[in-house]
Design a protein around this ligand. Structure first.
Ligand code: SAH
Length: 398
């Protein structure tokens, strides 16, 4: 075996303040600046450095970024060499799990989910043979060319594109970037999920092109909606609608984006469903629900994150309450409501409280009949509860 080149800065040592190693001992992947006592040796922001307790015990290795609130993003709690083979193994392990868990359902899945896969600041989505990379940490940014090489070597994709356009990059002093890293994008990219086809626009579409995290809920709704009338609010490219319409359900899809609705129509046709037999509306969902008098048997509410920062908690909770209240008023009795939040700052209890107020204000009796989180390809690291962002209540409204 040839000697593997180290990717670490072995000259720098980060020392924590006395008694500040508790979160590291609990395997939390982030160390905040307040816990740092001193740094010995020279380093560049984004380097991989070792972290020690005040007593000099080794604790972890990770990316250092003094310009970010998250001072250290831990990659390993073991004193092992962090070289190319370390990262390749991490990516391969993550990929192997998805292949086992998801590939029978879909050829599109999240291959790497940041801290949940112990790769802080890296997200990789796979759409058949096209990979979309998102980088959120300075450390991963510094490894860009390596990440490119590892992906080419491990997966020989048709194309790799980078869509590092999340506001989270600003926290790490990084600018947005969108680039083709490798190969060329097919003119039209199609994926298959639970026997249904979707066209995915990885270049101009939302997120990395598709809401992979709603895969299980789309399948659930398709089962529940049979024989019913469905309203899909915040429909994007029609994921929930297509899944239900394929079961013969009459659907209405509402989204503020005309591109999203155009793509939703296309996805109906792609699955042999005549879009003209269904309703599509480019409109603000709040306005649609206020103006609408028709009742539906089942409503899906999958809004964008109303709480993007902790300081938006009160205002955002009110928006969740309001949209749920309006939806409840449009439900037949009994009706079903799948109510989702993808705001990581809103926990289950706070979200349930917003729905409680919505129920009280709309005067409807509401039963919780299901609680669902992210699918398996978006795992939650038990030591990093912040990673649980998607929360969905299935409600029976009487
Ligand atoms: N349920 C979808 C994903 C929804 S993403 C799926 O499974 O694919 C959220 C969507 O809400 C986006 O398509 C965005 O265009 C739309 N949106 C955001 N604010 C809106 C508003 N106020 N009214 C209507 N649509 C809105």
């Amino acid at each position: 075996m040839p000697q593997m080149k180290s990717l670490e800065n072995t000259a720098a040592r980060v020392i924590l303040k006395d008694n500040r190693e508790k979160s590291v001992k609990n395997y939390h992947p982030w160390i905040f600046s307040g816990a740092i006592k001193k740094i010995e040796g020279d380093f560049q922001p984004g380097d991989i450095v070792s972290v020690f307790s005040d007593k000099g015990n080794f604790l972890a290795k990770g990316f250092i970024n003094p310009h970010s609130q998250i001072f250290i993003r831990i990659l390993s709690f073991i004193d092992e060499p962090l070289n190319e083979s370390f990262f390749r193994n991490r990516i391969t392990t993550a990929a192997h799990f998805r292949e086992t868990a998801i590939s029978s359902q879909s050829n599109a899945y999240r291959l790497v989910h940041g801290d949940a896969d112990h790769l802080s600041g890296l997200v990789i989505d796979r759409y058949d043979r096209v990979m979309v990379v998102q980088i959120f940490s300075l450390g991963m940014e510094r490894l860009r060319t390596h990440i490119h090489d590892w992906l080419v070597e491990l997966f020989s994709p048709q194309a790799i594109i980078e869509r590092s356009d999340s506001p989270a990059r600003r926290e790490e002093s990084l600018k947005s970037r969108q680039e083709i890293w490798e190969g060329s994008l097919p003119e039209k990219l199609f994926i298959e999920e639970n026997g249904l086809k979707y066209r995915v626009d990885v270049w101009a579409g939302q997120k990395t092109g598709f809401y992979l995290d709603q895969r299980d809920n789309r399948a659930r709704i398709a089962e529940l909606a049979a024989g019913k009338k469905l309203l899909n609010c915040f429909s994007y490219s029609g994921g929930f609608s297509v899944a239900a319409a394929k079961k013969g359900v009459q659907t209405t899809s509402v989204d503020a984006s005309s591109e999203a609705i155009a793509l939703a129509r296309e996805n109906f046709s792609l699955n042999g469903i005549d879009p003209s037999a269904h309703r599509f509306q480019v409109q603000d969902v709040f306005d649609y629900l206020k103006g609408e008098k028709e009742l539906y048997d089942i409503i899906v509410l999958d809004p964008p994150a109303f709480i993007k920062k902790r300081s938006h908690l009160v205002q955002g909770s009110r928006a969740y309450k309001e949209v749920n209240r309006l939806a409840m008023q449009r439900l037949a009795s009994p009706g079903l409501l799948l109510s989702c939040s993808c705001s990581s700052h809103l926990d289950w209890e706070q979200f349930q409280k917003a729905i409680f107020v919505a129920a009280r204000e709309s005067g409807r009796m509401v039963q919780i009949i299901g609680r669902f989180s992210q699918p398996q390809d978006h795992p939650i690291n038990i030591f990093h509860p912040e990673g649980e962002y998607l929360k969905s209540f299935l409600l029976r409204v009487v």
